[in-house]
Design a protein around this ligand. Sequence first.
Ligand SMILES: Nc1ncnc2c1ncn2[C@@H]1O[C@H](COP(=O)(O)OP(=O)(O)O)[C@@H](O)[C@H]1O
Ligand code: SF4
Ligand SMILES: [Mg+2]
Length: 324
Amino acid sequence: MTSTRLLDVKELEVTFRLDDGLFRAVSDLSFSLEAGKTLGLVGESGSGKSLTALSLLRLIPKPGIISKGEIYFKGENLLALPDEQMRTIRGNKISMIFQEPMTALNPVLTIGAQIAEALLIHTEISPEEAHQKAVDMLGHVGIPDAAARALDYPHNLSGGMRQRAVIAMALICEPEILIADEATTALDTTVQAQILDLLIDLQQEFNMAILFISHNLGVVSEIADDVMVMYGGRLMESSPASHIFSAPQHPYTKGLLSTLPRPELRGQLLPTIEGSVPTRYDQLDGCRFAPRCTEASDECLGDIPIYQNAMGQQAACIKVDDKI
Ligand SMILES: Nc1ncnc2c1ncn2[C@@H]1O[C@H](COP(=O)(O)OP(=O)(O)O)[C@@H](O)[C@H]1O
Ligand code: SF4
Ligand SMILES: [Mg+2]
């Protein structure tokens, strides 16, 4: 499959103006998405993953703003587009699915009507045609008896079926980029596996780029070609998915890996990374992971550039520099 670069994010910064001052929630984040490829974005809760995703759609909630950076979609800087043009991209060329399908669905509209709505907004087709396309898409995402389900309300469907309906809604305009933010987190593991398989199939069919976000590195590794690890609003490591497991570079990545279930740990409590993500992480000097890092030294309080090794892995850790 040919890979075309669809999205280029350069030095993204997101800032909230809070009562007690500015909070830089995302800093200096650069990455790109390619057609037909999945980029995994992983990090504990509160690392800045959702804000990164919302930035791509220009949906950062107030009092937040994108305070720096550029986001190029097929060569055009989204941050410079008039609102009206941005609306033609959102939900059409770039669409997003969220963790909790009930919040994405309108409880008083039928599933079919909600899916058809996106088509009616973004294309010229008739309501009848839009309804038929919605039914087809529901069938496509594995919902049995799609014509009947299209007439159901969200509360009539199980959690797994609702998430499929949300995926159908995100895909109905055949987006070039799909953002899945904790899209399988609320589902049990069997349904989660089915949804991952579905996303992989749909990606091959539509050649979409997927930004797949999860706090769970195990889930991300099932679907991602490349993985980006975030902590404290910054990039910690980015690497081909295969290397993340075989040769993790950053202590935070190693920490996340150590928390994954392994057969030899069966019956035991899983290890955790000690401590938690601080709320105002932008006030920390140097490496933001330092307060929790077992390898930290005084040098870690200075500026930490992003180093790259021969395998193309990038990591923001002075210890990685030693190895190159
Ligand atoms: N609307 C908001 N106002 C203030 N702070 C926010 C807001 N949304 C997110 N944050 C903060 O920004 C940081 C990153 O949040 P988020 O991107 O949601 O993390 P993640 O998706 O990785 O769990 C967190 O500290 C969070 O509390
Ligand atoms: S820069 Fe220092 S504190 Fe940060 S991850 Fe590397 S060793 Fe740990
Ligand atoms: Mg989130």
